[in-house]
Ligand binder design. Structure first.
Ligand code: NAD
Length: 495
């Protein structure tokens, strides 16, 4: 069986571990390769490589760093179908969605190509007579990036292009469930001219993550994953004196007002609920329907679900499998919970006929009506193709439900009433808001991140906040002496 190595100092690195983890092809349900799970010693080796590469990389001109990012962007664009095929093979998402993932990640590379502009400081002349003050942004050192399974290319791309362009060196710890994309991108960056040791990839599980959190030479940690692990990462990285941003899980609501165009709403609900088999942190998992629209909307969603095809992502289907058998079974278990809690299962995805392997991790689109906010179906992040409908009597009731959620990643309102949309935008306690846009992922030159239990830390991913996260500012007060500056004065300068 093929074993995927780590990537350290610009080369494959087997390390010292004897532990490996299976990587599946979820559409077949078979193991396609194994991936190494790093030991503390392996993490030490990778961090030592990144630490050794840091001084020269931090000294490398902005022009050179920019040109490497340009080359990386061009290579990525030219070879995106290769990367998309890796994503489909290990994650299961369909080819069109995999290409979309690469495109959204590439936006951040494009943003990072403007690093000479982004690293500019400020300058004030003559703050006191003959005295100037200015600020510069400098890199932090070695940063750790820990990413989830659901976007094996895009989420690492949210972070490492800006971290690297800003002059840092990086240890990327991708999800052990679909680790090949990270290695592919590291090799591509080498081809683009990135010096060895600037980006290292370490595969692993909790042991390697803890080693990164505790390593004295790691300055900052960017994490994306489920809320309990995000909280753990935030607390432990902070305890060890590191700068940390930890993006967590989500439960995203779509509020539908009675004046909305229900055909457009149904299209959006299906796209946002079932794209990538619901394994998106910005997926819509709850439709909050303000009566009297629920019956008609459910009918329209149901008729669209009848036309969705499920299968192997390479075969032109709409929706692929889930990531593992365990995850598929867990997601499916919520369908029984829904029935037990008094909801109505309108469409049950358990009997789906998939165009793929008989042992694939299949679950078809599932629609549940009348979900109570007390049910675990509502409260838990299910992270699969299960869309709940919660019926409410008014806009205010809908907003109160959304604001009571512990999560605050994304939300959307569907309406033709500009005043209602504006009110929603102001009142809703969620970090990313869509107005007639079901998945409001900000473009690469804004920043991505939720509120409440969807983000621990105070800086979001990519955009201007990424530059802030991956640099530290130094303020310099400068005076070029001449004889008129002599004399003793123990007070603060006044003018
Ligand atoms: P996960 O939390 O299980 O794993 C994320 C990372 O943490 C992986 O690299 C994994 O190896 C590591 N990890 C797992 N268990 C750990 C432990 N006990 N200690 C230390 N590290 C551990 O998440 P996942 O299942 O890979 O991804 C899905 C989750 O990610 C969902 O909750 C989803 O909402 C969330 N997500 C959030 C965003 C966002 O931007 N907020 C984006 C994508 C995914």
């Amino acid at each position: 069986m093929d074993i995927l190595d780590h990537w350290v100092s610009g080369a494959s690195f087997a390390g010292t571990s004897t532990r490996t983890s299976p990587v599946y092809n979820p559409a077949e349900g078979t193991v396609s390769r194994e991936v190494r799970l790093a030991t503390v010693a392996d993490v030490d080796t990778a961090v030592a490589s990144a630490k050794a590469a840091f001084p020269a990389w931090a000294e490398t001109s902005l022009a050179k760093r920019q040109s490497i990012m340009f080359s990386f962007r061009e290579l990525l664009n030219a070879r995106k179908t290769e990367l998309a095929a890796i994503l489909t093979n290990e994650h299961g998402k369909v080819t069109s969605d995999a290409l979309g993932e690469v495109a959204r990640g590439m936006e951040v590379v494009e943003w990072a190509t403007s690093i000479p502009h982004l690293m500019k400081g400020e300058h004030s002349e003559n703050v006191s007579t003959g005295v100037d003050v200015y600020s510069v942004k400098q890199p932090l050192g070695v940063v750790g990036i820990i990413s989830p399974f659901n976007f094996p290319a895009m989420v690492p791309l949210w972070f490492f292009p800006v971290a690297i362009a800003a002059g840092n060196t990086v240890i990327l710890k991708p999800s052990e469930k679909d680790p090949s994309a990270a290695i592919w991108m590291a090799k591509l960056l080498q081809e683009a001219g990135l010096p060895d040791g600037v980006l290292n990839v370490v595969h692993g599980d909790k042991e390697s993550v803890d080693a990164l959190l505790e390593h004295k030479d790691i300055s900052a940690v960017s994490f994306v994953g489920s809320t309990p692990i995000a909280k753990y990462i935030y607390e432990n990285a902070a305890k060890n004196g590191k700068r940390v941003q930890a993006l967590g899980g989500a439960k995203n609501h779509m509020l539908v007002l009675p004046d909305a165009d229900l055909d457009l709403v149904a299209d959006s609900a299906v796209n946002a609920g079932f794209g990538s088999a619901g394994e998106r942190c910005m997926a819509i998992s709850v439709v909050v329907a303000v009566e009297p629209v629920a019956d008609e909307l459910i009918e329209k969603i149901t008729s669209r679900l009848a036309g969705l095809t499920v299968g192997d992502g390479t075969r032109g289907c709409d929706m692929g499998p889930l990531i593992t058998k365990e995850h598929r079974d867990k997601v499916a278990s919520y369908i029984d919970i829904a029935t037990a809690d008094g909801a109505t299962v309108v469409v049950d995805g358990r009997g789906v006929k998939a165009d793929g392997g008989t042992d694939g991790f299949w679950l078809g689109p599932t629609l549940i009506d009348g979900v109570s906010t007390d049910s675990d179906v509502y409260k838990h992040e299910i992270f699969g193709p299960v869309l709940s409908v919660v019926r409410v009597a008014s806009y205010d009731e809908g907003v109160a439900i959304i604001n009571a959620s512990p999560y605050g990643n994304g939300t959307a309102i569907f309406t033709n009433d500009g005043g209602a949309a504006r009110r929603f935008q102001r009142e809703i306690e969620v970090g990313m808001v869509g107005i007639n846009v079901p998945i409001p992922v900000p473009v690469g030159y804004y920043s991505f991140g939720g509120w409440k239990d969807s983000l621990f830390g105070d800086t979001k991913a990519y955009g201007a906040q990424a530059v802030q996260f991956y640099t530290r500012e130094k303020a310099i007060t400068s005076r070029w002496l001449d004889p008129s500056h002599g004399g003793i004065n123990l007070g603060f300068p006044q003018n």
